[in-house]
Design a protein around this ligand. Structure first.
Ligand code: AMP
Ligand code: MG
Length: 438
């Protein structure tokens, strides 16, 4: 992670009032990494917690660490269907011959002791009987009457046995506070017998689109109008993050309406997101309102798509000011800026102190790429397997910031850093995968 190069300002208002208080701060050419670091300093995560049923905790952030109340597994047990015996019975010079004296099922233990020369038929998960320390799998033995015979040259004591505490030891921290619950975690916590967990309350996020040209879906489109698609992609991205969503509609470029909506949003939500109206040359209503009701910085980010971006805090009628993200209006730029700035900030606000950055790795790009140095580009790409089975990437096609079909086609961003210029086909590029399995 890159460290902020500037001295930490005391407050957002100080930066807004006097941008030169930060070294290297140029709002008109803000590097992506720096913008991310800047935002991070001013985030106040939610603190209120609630206790909820384990199943409901998927995607939520743990407010308290979870300690293991017991060993998992709770007792030594067999990892295979086979026969449990004492490894001292193995000799290197002859096949091992043992008498079967009973059966241990999962959930129904064999309660006698296994003595030398004896074994117990055991099923996967069955508790290891006293006296036995090793399991031979059933496919390796010859059963005749009540006697098994097997020869295992490389047999080791404790083979095919799962030990008590092998997964988790009693008292151990299983999941730390700030952890986001995923499918495996639900199972893991259930394996400890814990039915409820303490999580941070859901982050409330209000959003609205701005623009006189916006029509809502279901209405006929007049000349010069476009359907408001940003609210839909924002809805999708926010839903995936698991926040509480407040959709405040498409608001025309009307100062009174915009002000009312902005204040209502900031009075009810922890975070307010708008799209459109923050680029230079717009009717300046949003900028004036944001200055009037909050402390907001306006940047031109050195990136494509997604140049204009506003970040700050808006004071509604509650004590805590709402965090504010003013995203560009162009539909692809909305999604790119969301993933590159808002997502990570939102995870911090939700209670995850150190969210993992989106993973990036290098693959070969099969097509040439046109790119200017001095800015970061997030081109939409398709990762695919070629004939020899290796993963490669190609751009989706036209990369305009209004071409939303490029986002639908894409399964990754091709991330081209500031210093990267035009690339020939066959060059290695960094990609960020958009789909995940958990
Ligand atoms: P703006 O940032 O408001 O200048 O908008 C930039 C471009 O994005 C313009 O072409 C707008 O029509 C378009 N745009 C703004 N908001 C939306 C929206 N909610 N849905 C689709 N397109 C939009
Ligand atoms: Mg606009």
């Amino acid at each position: 992670m890159t460290k902020p190069t500037s001295t930490k300002p005391t407050s957002l208002s100080q930066v807004v009032a006097n941008p030169s208080c930060m070294d290297d701060y140029d709002p008109n050419s803000m590097p992506v990494v720096k913008a991310r670091e800047f935002i991070k300093q001013f985030l106040n995560p939610v603190v209120e917690t609630e206790t909820i049923a384990l199943r409901d905790s998927l995607g939520r952030i743990l407010a308290r660490e979870i300690l293991s109340p017991a060993n998992v597994p709770n007792y030594d047990n067999s990892a295979m269907d086979g026969y449990a015996f004492n490894a001292d019975d193995i000799t290197s010079y002859a096949p091992t011959k043992l008498k079967v004296i009973g059966t241990a099922f999962a959930g129904k233990a064999f309660t006698d002791e296994v003595k030398r020369g004896e074994c117990v038929r055991i099923m996967t998960g069955g508790a290891m009987p006293a006296g036995a320390d090793t399991v031979v799998v059933q496919e390796r033995v010859k059963l005749e009457g009540d006697t098994i015979t097997f020869s295992e040259a490389k047999f080791k004591r404790a083979m095919n046995v799962r030990y008590a505490g092998e997964d988790l030891k009693q008292g151990q921290t299983v999941l730390a506070a700030g952890h986001m619950m995923r499918a495996a975690d639900l199972g893991l916590i259930a394996s400890l017998g814990i039915a409820e967990v303490s999580v941070y309350r859901k982050l409330k996020v209000a959003f609205f689109s701005t623009g006189d040209e916006l029509a809502s879906v279901g209405q006929p489109l007049q000349t010069g109008q476009v359907y408001d698609s940003n609210r839909y992609s924002l809805f999708g991205m926010l839903s995936r993050l698991g926040v509480e969503i407040m959709d405040m509609g498409a608001i025309p470029d009307d100062p009174d309406l915009l002000e009312k909506t902005l204040l209502k949003a900031a009075s009810t939500a922890d975070v307010v997101i708008t799209s459109g109206g923050v680029s230079v040359g717009e009717a300046d209503y949003m900028k004036l309102l944001l200055d009037k009701h909050g402390q907001v910085v306006f940047w031109k980010i050195a990136m494509k798509p997604g140049r204009p971006l506003a970040y700050g805090k808006i004071q509604g009628n509650k004590t805590q000011a709402a965090h504010y993200f003013g995203l560009p209006g162009n539909p692809v730029a909305v999604m790119v800026t969301f993933y590159q700035f808002v997502r990570e900030a939102m995870l911090v606000l939700m209670g995850q102190p150190q969210p993992a950055p989106l993973p990036m790795f290098n693959v070969m790009c099969t097509e040439p790429i046109r790119k200017l140095t001095g800015r970061t580009e997030f081109q939409r790409g398709i990762l695919f397997t070629d004939a020899d089975g290796s993963w490669k990437v190609k751009p989706t096609g036209a990369q305009g910031s209004a071409i939303l079909s490029s986002m639908s086609l894409a399964n990754c961003f091709i991330v081209l850093n500031d210093d990267v210029g035009n690339l020939d086909a066959g060059a290695m590029v960094q990609v960020q995968v958009l789909d995940g399995i958990v």
